[in-house]
Design a protein. Structure first.
Lengths: 200, 139
């Protein structure tokens, strides 16, 4: 199952999009490619039986995330600066070493994991069977993911809501501060008459 | 452990997902542009989601929605729930990151981290926008 053709094609598509993201210098295509990456992941989630996750990834990861990026891009320079030629490969060498070494270690660990889809893997024999067998007769909700999310692990979901609320507060505080800074800068610019610094 | 080929096929998803994760990490470390760093972070995150969902996959299983007719094999619902939470939290962190980038751009007129660091080192406090950035912003 793990070797099914759809799976391999979608993973290849993800790798392709990743390479494009690394190589693209204009930020607008990068943001759109990130949205495409999320959408292809959503397709992979469907292929791996996670339909709820696929819905959420398509709506939130590919939708809202991309909209947020595009909204921010309206206020930001649209192109990445070219790195000076002299630095070349030396510039990315530390990152390359970290990623190759980290990836090699993770792969060493990953080949020891149970095969994908193995019914006797530890992940499938702990609490999951209980959720699948009991939740239908106790809570009468056919979708087990909903049951676990809202009932068995309701506190997790509450914590998630707190995190989202905190992040929302953080964004509001940051952006409100931005407006004040812009006003102050405009005033400074008027006072000092330096000209360019006040288009925000 | 059997022949290398079967090992690779058994954990094919894991191997590719690790490559994707490291690609995301590479973007975060090597690129100077802050928006691109955030995109790299999102790619890293999505790859971790793929890893979890791959762990939850059951051979011959279907989506964990109970069917009337008894004995179907279902994939593991627990990773799905964890990742649902993680996706929403991921968007929250992306929004916070973008707000920080907007703030940095307002203060320094640049979203390249080496330039911002150089400006901080040069005068120890934020400077206004420079002319060339203004020209690009207007487009």
């Amino acid at each position: 199952m793990a070797g099914s053709l759809t799976n391999i094609l979608l993973l290849a598509l993800l790798v392709f999009i990743l390479v494009l993201v690394i190589r693209t210098r204009r930020l607008f295509p990068v943001v759109v490619l990130a949205g495409a990456y999320s959408l292809v992941s959503a397709a992979m989630f469907v292929n791996l039986d996670a339909v709820d996750v696929a819905f959420t990834e398509a709506a939130v990861g590919a939708g809202i995330s991309t909209v947020l990026f595009l909204a921010a891009m309206a206020y930001l320079p649209g192109t990445e600066k070219e790195p000076p030629e002299a630095r070349g490969l030396l510039h990315i060498l530390p990152a390359l070493i970290v990623c190759v070494v980290g990836g090699a270690l993770l792969i060493l660990a990953a080949v020891e994991l149970p095969a994908i889809g193995d019914p006797n893997a530890p992940a499938h024999v702990h609490v999951a069977p209980r959720y699948l067998e009991e939740s239908g007769s106790i809570l009468h909700i056919p979708n087990v993911v909903t049951t676990v999310l809202a009932s068995y692990r309701g506190f997790d979901t509450f914590g998630e809501t707190v995190v989202v609320f905190t992040a929302g507060l953080g964004v509001l505080v940051l952006l409100a501060g931005r407006t004040r800074t812009a006003l102050r800068r405009r005033k400074d610019a008027d006072d000092a008459d330096t000209g360019e610094g006040s288009d925000a | 452990m059997s022949a290398p080929v079967s090992v690779i096929l058994d954990s094919w998803n894991y191997l590719v997902v690790i490559c994707l994760m490291m690609g995301g990490l590479f973007i975060v470390i090597s690129q100077n542009n802050l928006v691109k760093k955030l995109v790299g972070l999102a790619i890293f995150q999505t790859s971790v989601f793929l890893f979890y969902i791959s762990v939850g996959k059951m051979a011959g299983g279907t989506a964990p929605i109970l069917m009337k007719s008894g004995d179907a094999a279902y994939s593991n619902p627990l990773p799905h729930v964890l990742i649902l939470t993680a996706i929403v939290v991921g968007v929250a962190t992306t929004a916070l990151g973008l707000a920080l980038v907007l703030r940095i751009n307002a203060a320094f007129g640049s979203i390249e981290d080496d330039e911002v660091l150089a400006m901080k080192a040069a005068d120890g406090e934020p400077r206004g926008r420079r002319g060339e950035d203004d020209a690009e912003d207007q487009q």
